[in-house]
Design a binder for this molecule. Sequence first.
Ligand SMILES: C[S@@+](CC[C@H](N)C(=O)[O-])C[C@H]1O[C@@H](n2cnc3c(N)ncnc32)[C@H](O)[C@@H]1O
Ligand code: SF4
Ligand code: SF4
Length: 319
Amino acid sequence: MKTTTVAARNKAQPTDFGTRSFPTALVNVTNACNLTCKHCFVFRDDNPNSARDKMNDETMLEQLRILRDKHQIKSMLFMGGEPMIRRKLVLAGLKIFERPAIVTNGTYGIPSVPGCLVTVSLDGPRELNDAIRGEGVFDKVRESIFARDPDDGTIVMLQMSITRENEAGLEAFVEEVRNWPVAGVAFTFYVPTRNDASGQGWADLRERDPVIERLIELKKNNPNRIKANIGALKLMLSDVALNYTGTNGEHCMMKATLPLYMGDGGNFERTFCCYGNDVDCSRCGAYSVFNTAYHRLELGQEEYHHRLNYARKAGNVDR
Ligand SMILES: C[S@@+](CC[C@H](N)C(=O)[O-])C[C@H]1O[C@@H](n2cnc3c(N)ncnc32)[C@H](O)[C@@H]1O
Ligand code: SF4
Ligand code: SF4
């Protein structure tokens, strides 16, 4: 009897997300997390994020394969919650996709996955990071980074999510991790909710501009260490940023990414965008939005407008 139930569940079809192609996707393999970071979008009220909602490994791998084939997914970002809580599942899931990647809080050690990108989150030097991510987290992550074999072929990057609370530590962070055995340091900026009261966001885009200018300077002084395009950072400045986001995501290239959240009863649900359901696009700080737009601009106008129309369509459908 038990065997039949498990077999039936394993054959369950994934939620229907239409027939569109999604070259990129992310999956929250678990809603569980050992940290409670102040800025985290995953655990906001409007998102599917109950730790009770679970899908077993076999079912998830099967559903991911089906979704990969249906939507032509090439890149998959394994995320959570904390994805390394389900290490075995993640390691098996990486094998399903052409371009897999993981983003982790680094407190469970860094997985050895040659050829794969592992982004490790740290939000500033010790004091500022721990004020956001929790006491002792900086040292734990540092230990994980130094404990791994730096020659195992895994591409390990650090990522700082810049918020109003930790912006002061930008330069100190780059200095602090200068000699760490990682491939580089990436940055993204806070994505707020529409009525954000977290204290992590800037009042408006203009107030954020000086921080972007500081990051551009840092990039100029550390061209190889900092993984950011100056061209993309310039698109984040207040005089042009809305051209690449819209007030409601209508210009956002990231709308072509399928966000798979773990929802009711352990079924995949998609949210408005990767950052969940309640987001203020007019103050979006997702570096990937602007970097994608930057590369699209470089692709040429025709291809750019083709993809922009696609993004607009997706935006209209979803909100
Ligand atoms: C949601 S976490 C999930 C993976 C893992 N638990 C971690 O912390 O890396 C993925 C990334 O999103 C970033 N992040 C969380 N909330 C954010 C927000 N509101 N705006 C921008 N980035 C955010 C985190 O700092 C982290 O780098
Ligand atoms: S570790 Fe990641 S998922 Fe967990 S609370 Fe922090 S940002 Fe969110
Ligand atoms: S990623 Fe796109 S849709 Fe999501 S908040 Fe940013 S601009 Fe809006």
